[in-house]
Design a protein around this ligand. Structure first.
Ligand code: ADP
Ligand code: ASP
Ligand code: MG
Length: 434
């Protein structure tokens, strides 16, 4: 008997009809003779609505309470899904993250899984039942408080369960047919990718391609879990995320080129966009030793994930410089407050906050061996009249910051400039894209 883990995202269980449709799919997998463990997200945009509600009662909600609140979303969907399966005549039991043995550290809102002890899940399977697990949540090792794994974290629940139960495959069901060369909601001509290396997927996820939670990709890589990302609204084969070395990726691409009769190796595999970040500029920082360290100490203590950092050349006349960095909008107010509190001590002149930025990233293993990628990128943006704010690069990624309102246009022109456009518009089956 094979053990299959299936994860269904929020748009796949948005209403009662969808829950019944998903239930039928799970029943089918069980009836085909597999053991089935399901990780489920909250219905539709429930998590966003709960967060909005929290902000209506408190400007900065207490992280512990926010986690308990958010975890309620997955409790609703897991129990409804189990009921729907039960009414189809099969035994299904739902479990909270705590009951399923998702042990995490205590970083509320971004907890890391430290151990998985799925004894109750294994027991349920042994008794012939289907186990439905609430995605996105766990319990902290020290305080036994409810934690959440960060937005999009149900993917990680699924992968962690697949690893702990030694599943043969982990299927991630969502509202598009797989992983595309870009977000189909932003770039309609994006093409579906059949196979992608976990290395490239990690970079895409880090750059905001929310089709997979970055921790899920990391976890799958570390534990050798194969992922199949596909739609719950169709029977089409999706995208396989495979764990391979750079050499193996290269060899696979050569094989694919031979099969397709193409001669040119693709340099770029995907274009990611991200509107969830903001930029903080620390203005008038004395250009003396240790000031950057002091600033980022304050930021690190608050646990914010800083991405791009730019320090301007200091003006000779004043000896002052500006330091800008990007970070998740959700961390913005907290970081501004703590930097403000350290202003006198560090000695900078002021703070600027800009939450109308967009980030665009190009990802591709082929970038390592190709020059001219940045030139093509910058030319495409310049020809479209799009100004670039910040730039950063890694071995297989180039990221730029633009104004938020032109990010979509930027993605479309860059996608086209690298020859990634397909002929037909990609299908987006459901969801609001929120
Ligand atoms: P779920 O609720 O199923 O977890 P998400 O909204 O988290 O779904 O992720 C699926 C969405 O990810 C798609 O609807 C799409 O808009 C977005 N997305 C971003 N980048 C990509 C990409 N490269 N390929 C496919 N989808 C992408
Ligand atoms: N419901 C959570 C969220 O919206 C987790 C998930 O969907 O993966 O972020
Ligand atoms: Mg998701």
């Amino acid at each position: 008997m094979a053990l299959i883990v299936q994860k269904f995202g929020g748009s796949s269980v948005a209403d009662a009809e969808s829950i019944k449709r998903v239930a039928a799919r799970i029943v089918e997998t069980r009836k085909a003779g597999n053991e089935v463990v399901v990780a489920v997200s909250a219905m539709g945009d429930t998590t966003d609505e709960l967060i909005d509600l929290a902000h209506e009662v408190a400007p900065i909600p207490a992280p512990r309470e926010l986690d308990i609140l958010m975890s309620a979303g997955e409790r609703i969907s897991m129990s409804l899904l189990a009921m729907a399966i039960n009414s189809m005549g099969l035994d299904a039991r739902s479990f909270t993250g705590m009951q399923a043995g998702m042990i995490t550290d205590s970083r509320h809102g971004a907890a890391r899984i430290v151990d998985v002890t799925p004894g109750r899940i294994r027991d349920a399977l042994d008794e012939g039942a289907i186990a439905i697990v609430a995605g996105f949540q766990g319990v902290s090792e020290d305080a036994a408080d409810v934690t959440t794994l960060g937005r999009g974290g149900s993917d990680t629940t699924a992968v962690a369960l697949a690893a702990a139960l030694d599943a043969s495959v982990c299927e991630i069901y969502t509202d598009v047919d797989g992983i595309y060369t870009s977000d189909p909601r932003v770039v309609p001509l994006a093409k579906k990718i059949d196979v992608i290396s976990s290395e490239e997927m990690l970079e895409l996820a880090a750059a905001g391609a929310k089709v997979l939670h970055i921790r899920a990709v990391e976890f799958a890589r570390r534990h050798g879990v194969d992922l199949h990302v596909r739609s719950s609204f169709s029977n089409n084969t999706g995208t396989l995320v495979v764990n391979e070395t750079a050499d193996q990726t290269h060899a696979r691409i050569q094989r694919e080129m031979q099969e397709n009769g193409t001669v040119e190796e693709p340099i770029i595999s995907g274009v990611a966009t991200d509107l969830s970040e903001a930029k903080i500029t620390v203005v008038g920082v004395p250009d003396t030793l240790g000031k950057a360290a002091a600033i980022f100490d304050v930021v690190a203590k608050q646990g914010a994930n800083v991405d791009m950092i730019v320090q301007n050349v200091s003006a000779a006349s004043t000896g002052l410089t500006d330091i800008s960095f990007t970070l998740p909008k959700a961390d913005g107010q907290r970081i501004l407050q703590s930097l403000s509190a350290s202003q006198a001590e560090i000695g900078f002149q002021g703070l600027q906050y800009d939450d109308q930025i967009g980030k665009l990233a190009l990802v591709g293993a082929g970038m390592r061996t190709n020059t001219g990628v940045s030139a093509t990128l910058f030319r495409a943006l310049a020809e479209a009249g799009i100004n670039i704010g910040m730039i950063s690069t890694s071995e297989i990624r180039i990221s730029v910051v633009t104004r938020a309102d032109v990010l979509g246009e930027a993605a479309r022109v860059v996608h086209n400039a690298f020859g990634l456009d397909g002929t037909d518009a990609a299908v987006v089956y459901a969801g609001t894209g929120r």
